[in-house]
Design a binder for this molecule. Structure first.
Ligand SMILES: [Zn+2]
Length: 234
């Protein structure tokens, strides 16, 4: 993988339509960079990839290391090489946008990837519990997600900013997953506060998309539901 090129498998809209049975193997995804996020078959938990390892962030905040044969129905990844880094304070999730705007003024139409490392004074993370029946849409799963709060916890956040006009391709705006230092807790970040954490960032100008070619995907409408995405991925 070239530096800071984005690789994505499938579309967020496919998950919104409940298409999540099959995908690429974890062993394939791990060749696509040194950081990433996504989900597992039947949207069972959140995925975080960091330095060659893929973790399944499960409901109630537990973590499992993925098997090579695990199916990944949606993921975005990159070979992250930071172009800039700085120690920053984060008063909330919107601080990410402020930091990126300061680092890259006016580049709101470009993809950006980042990594935040350090001690977080507060984190609110969710994990999707997985489908109860094949084809269950993500918007429904969001209503029964597991939500955990953490205080004074050290770890790493992997993030991607997808330009807002690409809503449905991925999560328009910020998309962050967290894993703690001990690799035992984590999830999709809903809220974050921290002082003096290290943020490394890189603009990504190249996107490689690989689409599934199975019946479920081909039958899906894949129409973007902007309000629905914001509700479940906010
Ligand atoms: Zn997520």
């Amino acid at each position: 993988m070239e530096e800071n090129h984005i690789y994505q498998f499938s579309l967020l809209n496919a998950l919104m339509d409940g298409v999540s049975e099959h995908g690429i193997r974890a062993s394939q995804l791990s060749q696509k960079g040194n950081q990433g996020l996504g989900t597992f078959s039947r949207m069972n938990g959140e995925l975080l990839m960091l330095e060659g390892k893929i973790y399944q962030l499960q409901a109630e905040g537990s973590v499992r290391e993925a098997d090579e044969t695990d199916q990944i129905p949606f993921a975005v990844s990159t070979n992250f090489v930071p172009q800039k880094s700085e120690l920053v304070d984060m008063k909330g999730k919107e601080a990410v946008d402020e930091v990126l705007e300061r680092f890259y003024p006016g580049k709101k139409n470009l993809f950006v990837t980042y990594r935040v490392e350090g001690k977080f004074s507060y984190l609110n993370c969710r994990t999707v519990r997985g489908q109860e029946y094949p084809g269950q849409p993500l918007s429904e799963l969001g209503k029964k997600q597991s939500v955990e709060e953490y205080h004074d916890i050290s770890g790493t956040i992997i993030g991607f900013r997808t330009p807002k006009n690409w809503q449905g391709f991925g999560v328009g705006g910020e998309h962050l997953h967290f894993i703690d230092e001990g690799r035992s807790r984590g999830g999709h970040v809903l809220e974050v506060r921290a002082e003096g954490v290290k943020v490394g960032v890189a603009v990504c100008r190249s996107v490689h998309i690989e689409l599934p070619d199975d019946e479920d995907f081909n039958k899906a409408s894949l129409v973007t539901d902007d309000a629905g995405v914001k509700e479940v991925e906010g």
